[in-house]
Design a binder for this molecule. Structure first.
Ligand SMILES: Nc1ncnc2c1ncn2[C@@H]1O[C@H](COP(=O)(O)OP(=O)(O)OP(=O)(O)O)[C@@H](O)[C@H]1O
Length: 265
């Protein structure tokens, strides 16, 4: 890989309350790459994303945004370069869909500046891109779960950062909208954005992501280009689930092996 990394982990140890230190992570996201963090519930995928965003301090090591420690960068600069789609949203305050999308433009405004017609145009374009055109004046609180998820993505589209961090971006979405959102993420890859996301669907990760990080419950992790990470035994160990491997459209496909047990522990 040539050029500079947009996001780097330098011997990063994520701080998960009550857990022993996990193994340090040291990897780079280059422009045009999409990394999927895969792992079972509770292994720390969201916590890792929050740490990458500079919202949670690591136990050790550091996160760098374009070669600079994220903790030392002004938050406004971070807000221009880093876009977040997270699960827990602070969007319960009364706002319209357009007003919330316009928040994606706020890192570019000075303290007392109001949004320009160009900002409004960008917000409207972003809403149209995720299929929310015509809903600009709706109160956010009236949206369905899937509409709210697409609104969060529209806000980052309007922001147009170099690095995107997305926690389960397909959550709440029907199959058509899952693919539409992942196609949009692929489009952003082609535009040389760097992307890190969490996904529970390994088969979608295989199709859409250039790199995979397998986060194991014991704190160990391994990572690399997707093709090299698709070792069935490694995925079975990751999910504690026997798998069957097939191939569709030239892509490997992993499905749970039937009759392999379904207890909840
Ligand atoms: N504030 C907190 N206090 C105590 N434990 C916490 C706190 N925040 C997270 N945890 C725990 O840290 C662990 C990692 O949580 P995290 O949300 O990062 O997991 P995850 O891999 O994203 O899970 P999921 O796939 O279920 O979304 C979980 O066991 C969670 O209960």
């Amino acid at each position: 890989m040539t050029g500079s990394a947009c996001l780097s982990l330098r011997d990063l140890v994520v701080d998960i309350p009550g857990r022993a230190d996990s193994s340090p992570q040291d990897w780079n996201v280059f422009p045009g790459e999409c990394w999927a963090i895969l792992g079972p519930n509770g292994t720390g995928k969201t916590t890792l994303l929050h740490t990458l965003a500079g919202l949670k301090a690591p136990r050790a090591g550091e996160v760098q945004l374009f070669g600079q420690s994220i903790g030392q960068l002004p938050r406004r600069l971070v807000a221009r370069r880093l876009g977040l789609v997270f699960q827990q949203r602070q969007d319960e305050f009364p706002a319209t869909v357009l007003e919330l999308t316009l928040m994606g433009r706020h890192p570019y405004l000075s303290r007392w500046e109001v949004e320009s017609p160009r900002d409004v145009e960008l917000a409207r374009q972003a809403l149209a891109r995720v299929g929310l055109a015509g809903m600009e004046q709706r109160a956010v609180a009236t949206l369905s779960g899937g509409e709210r998820q697409r609104l969060a993505i529209a806000t980052v589209l309007a922001q147009d950062p170099a690095v995107w961090l997305l926690d389960e971006p397909t959550n709440h979405l029907d199959l058509h909208h899952q693919i539409a959102v992942l196609d949009l993420i692929r489009e952003k890859q082609r535009q040389r954005r760097g992307i890190v996301l969490t996904l529970h669907d390994v088969n979608l990760a295989v199709r859409y992501c250039s790199h995979l990080l397998l986060q194991y419950p014991d704190g160990q992790a391994c990572w690399g280009p997707t093709a090299g990470m698709l070792v069935p035994e490694a995925l079975e160990k990751l999910y504690n689930q026997p798998l069957t491997r097939g191939e569709i459209d030239g892509y490997p496909v992993f499905l749970p092996r039937l009759g392999s047990g379904t207890n909840l522990v």
